[in-house]
Design a protein. Structure first.
Lengths: 100, 509, 628
């Protein structure tokens, strides 16, 4: 039987993977995917808990996160595209225009 | 009166006009300016109706609930004092617009919008009787002036505008805290309600100084005055006129309307401080003015000196002195407004303002000279002109309880003559130092027509101050009722041991 | 009656406004004639008023004519209105009378000046202000006139404003006067809170019987000292001679400078109750009289000699007030107005005839080329020197007599010495100017003054001769002016219990003074006409004294070093303090806020990973605080 704990461990692993990916990688596309990974880790937790407590709130939240993530992808990829046009690269360290 | 009426109309007319003008980008500059002038003229004519307010009473509009949960409402009221200051505002506004023909050649429509919004804000300040509403108008009048200085000003205009806003905001934030505390404590922001609230001595102390801080910066009282010369020097002529003529009065008006009656005990305790600061301001401002070689700076510092007289009169807490102080607010607006207009006219011709750049203009610009001499004489308080009546009443009223302060302040009258006559001598008399000055044309009809109303008022107030004083005095007495009560209580408590060695009455019994 | 009284004031005012606003198109000398007409109307009204008052019984000789309530706040209620009583009527008559003659003279004198219309506008405005000063029914109105005449004096001294020196002299006069005005203002405040009124009539009645603080009286006295150029505030008057000569005659000799004396007479009752204050007045007056007379001994500018003699004569008037002889002061004001106006107008004729030359060393022998001016000047000079039976003799010796009668023998002897010096410097001036050989510069051709100026001179000439005889000869108990002024000035005299001299003492004193004056006159004439060696020997004997006198005791320099320069330095110090100190403080606040910002902004690296790390740290800290 797959218990709640297994889901939570998997979700923690996924989250950690995403976090490490975000911090370590310089390619902003990969960083972006890492963020998605973390979001999905959270989604997994939501859904697992919803299942465990027999309620709909968790699933609703997961759906909301998916919707937000979709919107984020649209905006984020657009920004990435613009950045690539400007710099001919997607290396995040090359874009330091916000330095004070 | 519980309905919307004249006061709302006076605020709404320039406010709505300004917003509409801002939203009509298709309008060409010249029609916009003429439209604005017409609007200001109508506002002025409407405001003349305020003269019908019976002496000692007021016109009120509201309260209409605004944020009922916190007791914030739309409540306006105008008594004699407010009426005079509103009239001064509505009179100066069209003159400032006329002056803009000489020096505003770009962004004309925006300039008109700013002036209209400014006018609405200042009128609002003078008749708001709800503290939050007052605060809103107080800040609302600040922003157009920021842009007037920052966009249309001289070389260091951004610095000056920034400094001016930071100073004023820093002061008024303290006042906002005070207002929030009052609302928290009483559940109402309406002035009439707050008058009835009794506050403990500690509460009064903190609240009074919070309010006083906002107003002292605005007046400005030494040592919070250093924004004023910068703002004046960089401001365009119209900005200077509004700044000196109207906005400085918001400070003294606030002191009289809110700080004194709402927190009488703390105000009475603070009297020595304010007397000292105002006397220092009078003398220090005058000495500073004397050392200046730039005309606008000279007049700016003279404003500090003259506003010192007003604060002195307010805190002398006698009906005579305080009435004189209110009259002097109007007088200073007229005289200093005229001086700034005149300096502006000269600047438009010569593009310089230094005292050493001119000389002998009496020969080449006789009409200008006559007006400059009159404005100067009004400013130094020559009897027969308006400045004298105010100064005389202030000093007379102050002398009763504080003869030393009055005597020192009288020296300010002397110093005033020194630097203002120095200005006249440098600009009008003596040999012609600047050979280009022969080419300056004398004043045009537009310029003369701007100055004439002010000069007429100088003589009118100097010779027939009765109608004004009849309106001022009862209102002043209402404002001073609480502080004077507090003062007499103080005296009774102190009577077994004479607290101060000031002589009350010169004569031996 | 009201109309007549109002006309005294309105006639010059209306003319000033009319000339100032609409006079630009008037041709030639018309402005002058119009101004003269307005002054004449004013004079006729004032004189009529005097006669009307004479017809009334002594106790009713005061008419208060309020126009409207001017300033009314609290217990202060000031009317704008006029008070005609013997004192103000006398002054008004003298001012308008001498004034109209000077207006007449100016018509010719100022002819051809580019500022002709402006000149007469100011002159009319001056006359109006002076009349307000005299006729105002309360102290504040008097102050209004007081400042008004100061303003006109400022404008008229600086009349030729393209000259640096004239503009500076005008400003100096106004400022020194303003020092006195501060005293006047403080006096008014103090008086108001002590007596509850500022109206002349009620003030007199509420003062009666009260002890007044001497310092209160001295506040007013300070005002009088400034306006009447007494020590130590006399420095502005000699410089004021930069104005046109008729202005010097009208404002700086005959009328405006006597305003201080008017104030003392007006407040005589207050001063009488003020203890030692009157003694101060007397001492200051006597000291000024002597000091100015000494300075006049060595001046070479014709107008400056007259200016110092004016200061000296004003000192006599203050001395008179100080010893309680207020009516003697008023008498001397009147006669002095006649002969000093005459002397100044004569000097003007000389200067006019010499095309602007004012230096006595470059005159001499003018009696042949300017006989009429010469004769007129003689009348004035004899009156000034106090030679009987000219006007000055009677008034001056009445003052000396009063000092003697009051037992102030020191003051009396100072006055007597001054009288001797006066005779000496007057004779010196006349001799240097008209007698001896001509020392004129090349190309100067003296010519006699035009007829209009001559008319004014000859009228004043007869006034200087008979003015004293007609108005009061104390030794004969013939004192019409004093009788006229009694209702106003007697209360003070009663309080002070003034002594009167016996006729025999009086005659002895008169003879002494007259003999002394004559002797000094002859001496001066002899020294300056003939053997100048005596003078040189005197100068060599005491060079320091001679230098001090020639440099007017360095008073101007002392003021410059002690007041003007320190104040200027103080103002520059304030400027530095303000820009570096006060504003520096606020700029420092701003800079420290900006400094903090510049430290914090180092965190803003622009590297996304750094932000992510900070984010991570934040989350850990948050978890640590909330969970752990």
């Amino acid at each position: 039987m797959v218990e709640l704990n297994h889901y939570l461990i998997l979700s923690a692993l996924l989250f950690g993977l995403g976090l490490i990916g975000f911090v370590v990688r310089r390619n902003s596309l990969i960083m972006f995917m890492s963020i998605e990974l973390m979001l999905n880790a959270a989604n997994l937790t939501f859904v697992a808990c919803a299942r465990h407590h027999v309620g709909a709130e968790g699933s609703v939240l997961a759906l909301l996160v998916i919707a937000v993530a979709a919107a984020e992808v649209a905006v984020g990829l657009a920004i990435l595209l613009a950045l690539f046009r400007l710099k001919k690269t997607v290396n995040a360290d090359e874009a330091r225009e916000l330095r004070a | 009166m519980n309905e919307l009426g004249m006061l709302t109309a006076l605020i709404a007319l320039p406010l709505v006009g300004g917003i509409l003008l801002a939203l009509l980008p298709g309008l060409r500059p010249e029609p916009a300016r003429i439209l604005t002038f017409a609007l200001m003229l109508v506002t002025f004519l409407l405001s003349l109706a305020l003269l019908a307010i019976p002496a000692g009473s007021s016109w009120n509009e509201g309260p209409f609930p605004w944020v009922p949960r916190f007791g914030i409402s739309y409540l306006l009221g105008a008594d004699g004092i407010a009426a005079l200051l509103i009239l001064l505002t509505t009179l100066l506004a069209p003159l400032v617009l006329l002056a803009s023909y000489g020096h505003v050649h770009d962004r004309i429509r925006q300039h008109c919008v700013l002036l209209l919004l400014m006018e609405a804000g200042v009128i609002g300040v003078f008749c708001a009787l709800d503290l939050v509403l007052f605060y809103v108008f107080f800040e609302m009048s600040l922003i157009p002036l920021y842009f007037l200085v920052g966009i249309y000003g001289g070389a260091r205009r951004v610095y000056a505008a920034f400094k001016f806003v930071i100073f004023t905001m820093a002061g008024s934030l303290l006042m906002l805290l005070g207002i929030l505390y009052l609302i928290h404590k009483t559940g109402s922001a309406a002035y009439p309600d707050l008058l009835r609230v009794s506050l403990s001595a500690t509460e009064q102390f903190y609240l009074f100084w919070a309010f006083a801080a906002a107003f002292a910066v605005k007046v400005p009282l030494v040592p919070f005055h250093t924004w004023l010369p910068d703002a004046h020097v960089e401001a365009p002529t119209g900005g200077s006129v509004i700044l000196a003529g109207v906005t400085l009065k918001m400070g003294t008006y606030g002191l009289l309307r809110f700080a004194l009656p709402l927190f009488p005990a703390a105000a009475v305790d603070a009297v020595p401080w304010f007397l000292a600061l105002s006397v220092i301001g009078i003398l220090y401002g005058a000495l500073l003015a004397w050392a200046q070689r730039d005309m606008k700076k000279l007049i700016a510092y003279s404003s500090i000196s003259h506003m010192g007289f007003v604060v002195l009169g307010l805190f002398a807490l006698t009906g005579t002195a305080t009435s004189g102080a209110v009259l002097q607010m109007v007088n200073h607006g007229i005289a200093t407004g005229a001086l700034f207009l005149l300096v502006g006219m000269l600047y438009e011709r010569a593009h310089r303002r230094g005292l050493d750049d001119f000389g002998g203009l009496a020969q080449t610009m006789p009409v200008f000279s006559v007006f400059l001499v009159l404005a100067t004489l009004s400013s130094i308080g020559l009897p027969g002109l308006n400045g004298f009546v105010g100064e005389f009443l202030i000093l007379l009223g102050t002398f009763r309880d504080h003869p030393v302060a009055a005597a020192l302040a009288s020296l300010g009258v002397l110093l005033g003559a020194i630097y203002m006559l120095g200005l006249l001598k440098a600009v009008l008399f003596g040999p012609v130092r600047n050979h280009r000055s022969a080419a300056y044309s004398d004043l045009t009809i537009r310029e003369v027509s701007m100055l004439c109303p002010l000069v007429i008022l100088m003589f009118w107030i100097g010779l027939f101050p009765g109608p004004l004083l009849r309106r001022i005095e009862p209102c002043v007495n209402q404002m001073l009722e609480a502080p004077q009560l507090e003062l007499s209580r103080h005296r009774e408590e102190a009577s077994p041991v004479p607290r101060t060695a000031t002589l009350r009455d010169g004569s031996q019994p | 009656m009201t109309f007549l009284a109002a006309l005294i004031l309105l006639s010059p005012l209306a003319m000033a406004i009319a000339l100032g606003l609409f006079g630009r198109r008037l041709p030639g000398r018309t402005p002058g004639f119009l101004a003269f007409a307005s002054a004449g109307v004013s004079f006729l009204c004032a004189a009529t008023f005097c006669l009307r008052l004479l017809a009334l019984p002594a106790s009713e000789r005061a008419l208060s004519l309020p126009l409207y309530s001017w300033i009314s706040v609290g217990s202060l209620d000031l009317n704008l209105g006029i008070l005609v009583d013997p004192l103000s009527a006398t002054w008004a008559t003298v001012v308008t009378g001498v004034g109209s003659l000077i207006f007449l003279y100016s018509i010719s004198y100022m002819q051809g000046d580019s500022g002709y219309r402006r000149y007469f506008t100011y002159l009319c405005l001056f006359l109006f202000s002076m009349l307000i000063l005299v006729l105002g029914e309360n102290l504040v109105l008097t102050f209004l006139g007081w400042e008004g005449v100061g303003l006109c004096s400022y404008l008229l001294i600086g009349f030729e404003y393209d000259k640096e020196q004239a503009a500076a002299a005008g400003r100096k006069a106004f400022l020194v006067n303003r020092i006195g005005d501060v005293g006047f203002l403080l006096g008014m405040f103090w008086a108001f809170w002590s007596f509850g009124t500022l109206s002349h009539e009620t003030l007199a009645s509420s003062v009666a019987g009260q002890a007044v603080s001497p310092w209160l009286a001295l506040c007013f006295f300070l005002g009088a000292v400034g306006k009447s150029a007494q020590a130590p505030l006399f420095v502005w008057l000699p410089d004021a001679m930069a104005g046109p000569t008729p202005v010097s005659a009208l404002i700086h000799a005959a009328t405006m400078v006597t305003a201080g004396v008017y104030l003392l007479c007006r407040l005589s009752l207050l001063f009488a109750h003020a203890g030692w204050a009157l003694m101060v007045v007397a001492i200051v007056g006597a000291f000024t009289a002597l000091l100015a007379a000494v300075i006049a001994l060595r001046q070479y500018d014709l107008k400056r000699v007259l200016a110092y003699s004016t200061i000296s004569q004003l000192g006599y008037m203050f001395l008179a007030c100080g010893v309680g002889a207020f009516s003697a002061a008023a008498f001397h004001v009147t006669t002095h107005a006649f002969f000093k106006a005459l002397l100044f107008l004569g000097a003007g004729a000389v200067i006019h005839g010499l095309s602007g030359e004012q230096d006595l060393r470059k005159m001499g022998g003018l009696k042949k080329s300017m006989p009429r001016t010469y004769r007129s000047m003689w009348f004035g000079a004899l009156a000034l020197a106090g030679i009987p039976p000219f006007a000055g003799f009677f008034s001056k010796d009445e003052i000396l007599g009063s000092a003697f009668a009051g037992g102030h023998y020191v003051l009396w002897s100072v006055g007597l010495v001054t009288a001797a010096l006066t005779a000496f410097y007057t004779a010196r001036m006349m001799t240097l100017c008209f007698h001896g050989s001509s020392r004129l510069a090349e190309g100067v051709h003296p010519h006699e003054a035009p007829p209009l100026m001559g008319v004014a001179l000859s009228l004043l000439k007869w006034l200087s001769l008979f003015g004293g005889l007609a108005l009061g000869v104390e030794a004969l108990h013939f004192r019409p002016l004093h009788e006229f002024l009694r209702p106003v000035l007697d209360p003070a005299a009663e309080v002070l219990a003034i002594e009167h001299l016996s006729v025999s003492t009086m005659v002895v004193l008169l003879a002494l003074a007259a003999a002394l004056a004559l002797a000094m006159w002859t001496l001066a004439k002899h020294w300056y006409l003939g053997d100048r060696q005596v003078l040189r020997r005197w100068e060599l004997a005491a060079p320091a004294v001679a230098r001090w006198i020639a440099h007017r005791f360095y008073v101007d320099e002392a003021y410059h070093a002690a007041i003007v320069r320190p104040l200027g330095a103080l103002s520059r110090l304030c400027r530095n303090l303000d820009t570096h100190g006060v504003d520096g403080l606020f700029r420092g606040c701003a800079r420290s806020a900006a400094g903090m910002g510049s430290v914090v902004r180092l965190l803003q690296t622009g590297v996304v990973h750094a932000y992510a790390l900070w984010f991570l740290v934040g989350v850990v800290v948050f978890l640590w605080i909330t969970v752990g």
